[in-house]
Design a protein around this ligand. Structure first.
Ligand code: MN3
Length: 200
């Protein structure tokens, strides 16, 4: 099925001051749209136009770099918009998620420190992730558009550390952006929804 650019689940002002209207306009309207348009063109050329985005991501990994880059980034951004909300973030997690973070990752504070470190130490463009692998939570980082789907895991939270995600608002201060994401933006309800889908 053809990739489609989803609407943002909030208005362009909703995440200010942590993520500005200008950042969302460029990031969603220009960058994400380019992944959708290029992904559709390359998927059609590869005979994968009828596959779901998840199938295209898995099938193109290691075999069709151009298609993979665009399809994976489309997948990552579909979820990235939903992983944020106005008034989100912080340590008030849904109970089930809090228990899993405590048992699998050593508690919220350790999760936060490790997730921030993953994002800060990803050299160049990429993502930091919280995913479910073999029924357990894990933190990881990936370069460019790569994501846990191609490493046998289900991503339940991801943060974009490409400069286009933070340079307008934070310039080169990636750690400040990451901290604002965790403290003020994460939509824990959507993380829980993804966790439940990945562990049922
Ligand atoms: Mn991006």
């Amino acid at each position: 099925m053809a990739f489609e650019l989803p609407e943002l689940p909030y208005d362009y002002e909703a995440l200010s001051p942590y993520m500005s209207k200008e950042t969302l306009e460029f990031h969603h309207d220009k960058h994400h749209k380019a992944y959708v348009d290029n992904g559709n063109k390359l998927a059609a050329e590869a005979g994968m136009a009828d596959l779901s985005v998840e199938e295209v991501v898995k099938k193109s990994f290691g075999t069709n770099q151009g298609l993979f880059n665009n399809a994976a980034q489309h997948y990552n951004h579909i979820h990235f918009w939903k992983w944020m909300k106005k008034g989100g973030g912080g340590n008030k997690l849904p109970g089930k998620l809090e228990s899993a973070i405590t048992s699998d990752l050593g508690g919220y504070d350790k999760f936060k420190a490790d997730f921030l470190a993953a994002g800060a130490t990803q050299f160049g463009s990429g993502w930091a992730w919280l995913s479910v692998k073999d029924g357990k939570l894990a933190i990881s980082k990936t370069p460019n558009g790569e994501n846990p789907l191609v490493h046998g895991a289900e991503p339940i939270l991801g943060v974009d550390v490409w400069e286009h995600s933070y340079y307008i608002d934070y310039r080169n201060a990636r750690p400040k952006y990451l901290e604002a994401f965790v403290d003020n933006l994460i939509n824990w309800d959507y993380v829980l929804e993804r966790y439940e889908a990945a562990t049922k």
